[in-house]
Design a protein around this ligand. Structure first.
Ligand code: SF4
Ligand code: SF4
Length: 384
């Protein structure tokens, strides 16, 4: 439990079940409703959505599956201002009112500036983003104010020093990024702690990377649990899933109030809520296991992509960047090329070689990935 009595596990509504796998707008509302039902039944309450998720359909789906079916005071709803799309101060009320309407609510329990970093912070300052949030909080339309953040610890320190009115920060925290030079999970967490801010965690499984461990890391994982037994809560008789280790890792941090997970099936939700219902922090043995797995992963992962898909929203050639990078990583780990997957991923999308090098994707990428270079590498692997 966190300090406000909520269980620490939040439902991220950015990877909802789909009717058509290649159409992010085609949310499977009936399955989403079943997931909402089970999630609430097991005592969890925190839902996190955002304007651009699922081609702008996530907020609407949250209204249908949650808001219209449960009393407003039975859940906690977080939404985010799409600061990348804000062109001037007048856009803030426009987006905010649209979001309230899409979600079918009169207030948000938590509201964040979405994806803040060095560049976007300057615009947010110029357009008075934080003042807008404070005003809405005073009007009772926002419970807590915060921002999601993808940059270095120094920038986080600057923002929190400038804005002590912020209640919480949403950080990318997972064991692979803890000492990483890009996401700087560990250092950012320490800065939040220094400023006395609670932390919501996003990407605890790093876009699925820590749910599908490469063979060498998986061997370590299985060997460990065969030796010690499962320590992750409800699933006493089974070897736990790698995703459970990653989620428990983030939830074990003292200043973390919520760990978000984007879940795409009822089965995933069933599993995650099982072990988070009676949450058990990582043991010393599991902390050592995490270090060993991290060493293996750092040797094998080629592109640190979390599949957030922000790049695909801005690409004029509609290139399926994250799925192509998934194949690059698969090749780096297994040495295998899977043309069948490439054909499927390229269906209704541009090929890697269609890239015109405009650089829009790299400006949008929270992981600061050199997307154009990796697309060239991918193209020579799959298209030559
Ligand atoms: S640089 Fe290439 S991949 Fe990136 S947005 Fe432009 S066309 Fe798309
Ligand atoms: S390349 Fe960057 S923006 Fe695109 S999906 Fe991966 S992490 Fe997200």
């Amino acid at each position: 439990m966190n300090q406000s009595g909520q269980k620490k596990f939040g439902f991220g509504c950015m990877r909802l079940p789909l009717v058509h796998a290649d159409d992010p707008k085609s949310i499977d509302i009936e399955q989403f409703k079943s997931m909402v039902d089970l999630y609430l039944k097991r005592g969890f309450t925190y839902f996190d959505t955002a304007y651009p998720y699922h081609g702008e359909q996530s907020e609407d789906a949250v209204r249908q599956a949650l808001v219209e079916r449960y009393p407003r005071n039975s859940f906690h709803l977080a939404d985010k201002m799409p600061i990348l799309r804000v062109k001037g101060p007048e856009d803030y009320p426009m987006f905010f009112e649209t979001q309230l309407k899409r979600c079918g609510v009169t207030y948000f329990d938590s509201y964040l500036l979405h994806n803040l970093g060095r560049d976007r912070y300057d615009n947010a300052q110029r357009f008075g983003a934080f003042d807008f949030l404070v005003r809405k909080k005073e009007e009772g339309r926002i419970g807590r104010i915060g921002f999601s953040f993808h940059d270095d610890a120094q920038t986080l320190d600057r923002i929190l020093t400038d804005h002590p009115e912020v209640d919480f920060v949403q950080l990318q925290i997972n064991y692979l990024d803890w000492d990483g030079a890009v996401a700087q999970s560990g250092r950012c967490y320490a800065i939040a702690q220094q400023h006395g801010k609670s932390v919501t965690v996003m990407e605890p499984v790093k876009g699925g990377t820590l749910a599908r461990l490469p063979a060498e890391a998986m061997d370590l994982f299985i060997f460990y649990y065969k030796r010690t037994g499962n320590q992750s809560g409800d699933l006493q008789d089974m070897i736990p899933s790698p995703a459970s280790l990653a989620i428990r890792y983030a939830a074990s941090l003292d200043h973390v109030t919520t760990v978000l997970s984007g879940m795409s099936t009822l089965a995933q939700l069933d599993e995650n809520t099982s072990f988070m219902q009676s949450f058990v922090p990582l043991t010393e043995g599991e902390k050592n296991l995490v270090k060993e797995i991290t060493d293996v992963m750092n040797r094998t992962i080629r592109v640190p992509c979390t599949a957030c898909r922000y790049c695909t929203e801005v690409c004029p050639k509609n290139i399926n960047i994250p799925d192509y990078f998934g194949l690059l990583n698969l090749h780096a780990v297994t040495g295998q090329k899977t043309n069948m997957y490439y054909q499927r991923f390229a269906m209704n999308h541009g090929k890697a070689s269609d890239c015109v090098s405009c650089g829009q994707c790299e400006k949008a990428c929270p992981q600061h990935i050199h997307i154009r270079e990796f697309l060239k590498e991918f193209s020579s692997l799959y298209e030559s």
